[in-house]
Ligand binder design. Structure first.
Ligand SMILES: C[S@@+](CC[C@H](N)C(=O)[O-])C[C@H]1O[C@@H](n2cnc3c(N)ncnc32)[C@H](O)[C@@H]1O
Length: 233
């Protein structure tokens, strides 16, 4: 029997913070995609049982990690270790409060880290699913000067808009499960305001195939959910 995942509640995210990204269209593009593609025995077409380690990189309020933990509470075949990380300590604190609010306290492993820099070695070669709704817009300049506040971590992906994402992909291979029959998927968001070809070219060079799996149009841009898989050797 297939559970109707869409009937599961979304997490209550009452704790927000000045510098922490509030869940938005990109967040819900991811959550809605998971609602449609996670079933009682499959994760987006892959074996749910094989999803043992899952990471929500740049977790913000923690909404995606908490959503997946709530789902795991309901699905017998879904029992991954869930990790969530963010470059902002303020985001980690906020996500922990939301975790408690949703009665998932102590079930998510939080890591305060710039990308993978502070990840313990024991997590290398482990993750089956990694989700990153990154900062994906080009940085702003004012009077020729770049400025950067904590909140800018939410959206500013570097001069071209994709530098943080590429840096992430430079590091991610070390943390993905390398076994030939393992599930190893990366979900990430991009915007039509940033040149897609440059990103695809760089990711192909790094050994990934990418495809768009969902899209939504907001005001003047498309927000795109992409899925990357490793090229087979
Ligand atoms: C667009 S927000 C997404 C937040 C949340 N995942 C969501 O979907 O609502 C991007 C998040 O990535 C975090 N972030 C930015 N640069 C990062 C980095 N180098 N390492 C880890 N997290 C980063 C930001 O602090 C922010 O929480």
């Amino acid at each position: 029997m297939n559970f109707k995942i869409t009937t599961f509640d979304e997490p209550t995210i009452n704790f927000r913070s000045e510098n922490v990204y509030s869940p938005s269209d990109d967040t819900f593009l991811l959550i809605d995609y998971f609602k449609k593609t996670i079933r009682d025995s499959s994760f987006d077409g892959y074996s749910l049982k094989k999803v043992r380690y899952l990471l929500d990189m740049g977790t913000g309020t923690g909404i995606i990690a908490i959503y997946l933990k709530l789902l795991a509470n309901k699905l017998i075949n879904f029992n991954p270790k869930i990790y969530a990380s963010d470059i902002l300590k303020e985001a980690i604190n906020c996500a922990k409060k939301n975790e408690k609010l949703n009665n998932t306290k102590g079930k998510i492993h939080f890591i305060h880290s710039n990308l993978f820099h502070s990840f313990p070695d024991k997590l290398q070669n482990k993750f089956n699913i990694i989700i990153f709704n990154p900062p994906y817009l080009p940085a702003l300049e004012e009077n020729g000067k770049k400025f950067f506040s904590d909140l800018d971590h939410s959206w500013s992906g570097g001069e071209m808009g994709y530098e943080t994402l590429i840096e992430f992909f430079n590091e991610v291979l070390k943390f993905l499960n390398p076994a030939p029959n393992a599930v190893a998927l990366i979900y990430y968001i991009t915007s039509s305001r940033v040149e897609k070809e440059s990103i695809t070219e760089k990711l192909n060079y790094l050994g990934f195939q990418t495809e768009e799996v969902a899209k939504t149009h907001i005001f003047f841009e498309d927000i795109i959910l992409n899925r990357a898989t490793r090229n087979s050797l």
